[in-house]
Design a protein around this ligand. Structure first.
Ligand code: ACO
Length: 159
């Protein structure tokens, strides 16, 4: 078992191969269990714990050309809005840097106003839009902030 890394009061560790992924957290960020399973298999899942409780998660998947993508990031509902998501993002950026990646990407829906704010506050810039991504790949209609989630907004940061 790898030693957990303590980041500003949170303990962050990699999900071990024999462990069940924290679906309760992962599905907060992505309603498709099928897609979650597919990208967990391709990348690394990190769990943030506070007093042995899992309160956050992020998944990093390598792309080509020295880029890594944060495919999923979530904080347990009762812990949201207290700076943990920002800490997880900062930690993901540090992990990417220390693994030699040159850039980091994250994607979210056009309707995810708060997430778009957070990612830009952390230094990401919008780099691309994949039109109708959520219409094409998700069975259900996703509504947020009174807006239908249709397009994937990709954000990128050189690190
Ligand atoms: N306008 C301006 N700023 C905003 C807004 C807004 N509408 N909403 C949030 N923010 C800012 C906050 O002010 C704060 O900024 P600050 O650090 O400068 O004060 C920051 O965004 C939010 O900070 P945190 O408290 O660190 O966020 P939290 O711990 O709630 O984590 C997360 C954010 C991960 C998005 C969490 O709310 C969550 O799990 N949501 C449900 C799952 C989800 O949507 N995940 C992302 C999907 S996309 C993907 O996974 C790649």
């Amino acid at each position: 078992m790898e030693t957990a890394l303590r980041v500003r009061g949170l303990s962050i560790r990699k999900l071990q191969p024999q462990e069940t992924p924290p679906y309760d957290l992962l599905l907060l960020a992505d309603p498709s269990r099928e897609l979650v399973n597919a990208y967990i298999a391709e990348g690394e899942c990190y769990i943030a714990e506070e007093q042995n409780d899992s309160i956050g998660v992020f998944v990093m998947v390598p792309l080509t050309n020295g880029t890594v993508e944060i495919k999923n990031i979530a904080v347990r509902e009762d812990k949201q809005g207290h700076g943990i998501g920002r800490k997880l993002l900062q930690e993901a950026i540090e992990i990417a840097k220390s693994n030699g990646y040159k850039s980091i990407e994250i994607g979210t829906g056009n309707s995810s106003i708060d997430q778009l704010a957070l990612y830009q506050k952390c230094g990401f810039r919008i780099s691309d839009i994949i039109k109708d991504f959520f219409v094409q790949y998700y069975d259900e209609v996703i509504m947020e902030n009174g807006i239908q989630c249709k397009d994937m907004i990709l954000l990128r940061m050189e690190i």
